[in-house]
Design a protein around this ligand. Sequence first.
Ligand code: SF4
Length: 359
Amino acid sequence: MDSSILIATILDWHSEIDRNLPWKYNSSPYKIWISEIILQQTQVVQGLRYYERFVDRYPTVHDLASSTESDLLKVWEGLGYNSRARYLHQSAKRIVDEFGGKFPVEYSDILSLKGVGDYTASAISAFAYEQPHVAVDSNVERWVSRYYGIASYKSSQSLKTEVKSILLPVVEKHESPAECNQAFIDFGALVCTAKQPKCIDCPLSQTCYGYAQSKTADYPLVKPKVPRKKRYFHYLVAVDNGHVVINKRLNKDIWQGMHEFPLYESDSLQDLTHQDLCRYFDINESTSIESIISYQQILTHRIIIGKFYLCKLKRGTVKIGQWMSVDQVKKIAVAGIVRLYLADNMFIFNDINKIENGK
Ligand code: SF4
C-alpha cells in the first residue's frame, strides 16, 4: 500500500477512537515535556499518577526551576531513574536563564535540553508546535516493522531511521503533524499491540507483510536478554528512641541524591558477621543485632538485595551518618530498597522490641 494511503487509513481509524489521556492533544510544550520524560521508563498507569502530581506541584517551568533538588526528588520518589528528575530540574533552570522562561521552539534547542532525545524533541515539536517531525516510540516502530517486515532490532537506531523515512514524507504534507503522530502511537498501542495484535479487525490486514506471513511475533527483532546483575546492600539500621541514622547517596549510581541507612556493599548474599558489622560501621563489639531482614527489588538492569541489620545505639555514638527523627525521615526521598523496608518497619523506631527476627 502506498504510504500516503496507509497513513490516511490510520488517520481514518483514529478519528473513531476515544482520546482520554490528559497529555493527548495537550499543546503546552512544558506539560508534554514532563509527560514524555516521566513515560520514558514508566508504565502509563503509574506515569499518569506521577504526571498529575508533578504538574500540580510545579505548574510552570518557573515553579520547577525554583524548586530544590531534594523537594523534587521527594515528588519523584518511587518512580526510579532519578537522573530524569535532575535533568528536568537543570533544564528548567536553563529555560528560565537562557530562553527567558519560554519553552524553546526550535527542534535543535529542544534537543539540546538535558535528558531529551530525538523522540521527546520530535513529540514536543509535533504536538506543541505542529512542526513536521515523527516521534518514533515502541508502538510506532512495532506496527511499521510488522507491516513492512523490517528485520531490524527493537529500539535500534537503524529501525527508527527507517520508520522515519517512511512516515516523515507524509507527515510533512499533512496539515496536522500532531494528529498524525497521535494516530501512529495509538495505532500501535491499541491495534498492533505487543502481544496478540488485533489483526482480524486491523484496517491494514489486507496488505500487512507480518500478518500475511504469520510472522507478527517476529517483528521487530529482539536481542537476547542480558541477565540482570545482582548487588548486595547491607544496611545498618541504628535506632534510638524515635531516631535513626541516615546518609545521602552522593556517588553517581542508582538513587543518587536519595537517602538511606549507612551502607556496606558486598559481592555475596551471605549475612555480615558481627565482626564485619563492627569493622564496616565502626560500632562497639557489645552492640547486639536485634534482627536481620532481607528485601529484594528488581530494577531494569539490576536486582538489589537489601539486608537490614537492626540495632539500638545511643544517639551520638555513631559517626557514620546523621541522626534523624521519624518525622524527618518521612519528609525525605529515600532509596527504593529502603522505602520497601520502611513500609513494613516504621514502628521499630519507637519500639525496637516488636520486631521479629529473621523475616
Ligand atoms: S495486520 Fe496485525 S501485524 Fe499487521 S499492522 Fe495490523 S495489527 Fe499489526
